[in-house]
Design a protein around this ligand. Sequence first.
Ligand SMILES: Nc1ncnc2c1ncn2[C@@H]1O[C@H](COP(=O)(O)OP(=O)(O)OP(=O)(O)O)[C@@H](O)[C@H]1O
Ligand SMILES: [Mg+2]
Length: 407
Amino acid sequence: MSPTTGRPAIAVLLPAAEREPVIHELRKAGFDPITVDHSTALADLLATRRDIAVGVVEVEGDPEDASRAWGMLHGGRDIPALLVVNPQTLDRLDESAAGHETDEYLTRPYSAESIRWRVEAMVIRSAAVDDGSGPVLAGDMATGDWARRGQVVAVFNPKGGVGKTMVSVNLAAALTARGKRVLLVDADSVTGHIPSSLGMDGVGTVADAWRDELEGGPVLSFDEQASAHPSGLRVLALSASPIHTEILEPERVAHALAVARRAADVVIADLHPSYSPLNRAVFDMADRIVVPVTPDLPAIRAVLKLVEVADELGMRDRLSLVVNRAESGVSVADIERAIGLPAFGRIRSGGMLVVRALNEGKSLVEMAPREKIAQEFLALADAVAGIGPAPARSGLRLFRRPAAARG
Ligand SMILES: Nc1ncnc2c1ncn2[C@@H]1O[C@H](COP(=O)(O)OP(=O)(O)OP(=O)(O)O)[C@@H](O)[C@H]1O
Ligand SMILES: [Mg+2]
């Protein structure tokens, strides 16, 4: 979204020679035009930005790549495409594509201004309500819909330092990048430091809100207590201090997490490494327990113990093993064998990148979306959200098949 006008972003896939006047015109109109060179760059962009309202795609230069880009626009969120074509190309377009109701065609020659007005019309039609306060993409930001039910993901390993916080933050960021509404709860009041690792000051705490409530303050849900990160992720901490946490009654915290599912697609709780009553209460209502494990014996032993406990509590099938620093020690296959659970996800060592992200208060997906470690978090996000990698929708074609291949 444009930081100054709050209007949506427009992906621009035009040949270098045509780009500049169009970018200029779109920017003048308050849009945030983003130049994209190739469909792979579009995939990255779509993975990290949820505010792309229209894709402007030139079809002639590299028809195959244009076709791929077009498939990506319609593959996930179904973003309308403005296709720039030569008049004679219109005949070659597949009928089903030409009938794609949200797309528009612009034939050459065109003016940059004509692109701007087409984009304006498409943005309005795609229900990106633009009242100056920022676009509200249809259905995306609905809050408090009581029929909706997201999932609660607890992130836990009884061993310290295996990457619970790192996985919580980056999984939350990756889900946000995928267009999910996410509430990230720092439920580790002893060693947790999620707000600072995301560069956020003054994030509200549940302990403060509940103390306030006792003194006559408003009754607020976790969603209402949370603070918004610029990425759209909502963040809340249970407590800023490891002492004076008596008010955080375990059953009440667990219940509030469950209620938060009504306002979020995914609620992620980063837990303290212990079998505390609070953690037990959270396990009870978590839909999934993500268990980061590093490839070393102490971490593996800790998970073996956790699996025993999980069997006793009847929650083994909710454990999702995520091998962190996956390439740096015991192999993933050996870890799977030792623990008796398949790896649900794997994350490599990020080295200096992770340190830099922490220093800059950013997630890996925001800071370096093309790096493999960011891609692994996006894949983990897709697995949690229950969606496969679907950049292009099959069955949809931009071009007609050649006559010989038909019939
Ligand atoms: N894949 C990785 N690549 C590089 N550094 C990592 C990786 N995973 C974790 N780290 C670093 O290792 C340290 C421990 O990670 P983290 O704080 O996430 O563990 P934790 O399980 O939450 O610890 P605790 O039990 O103390 O809460 C941090 O400095 C983190 O940045
Ligand atoms: Mg931690």
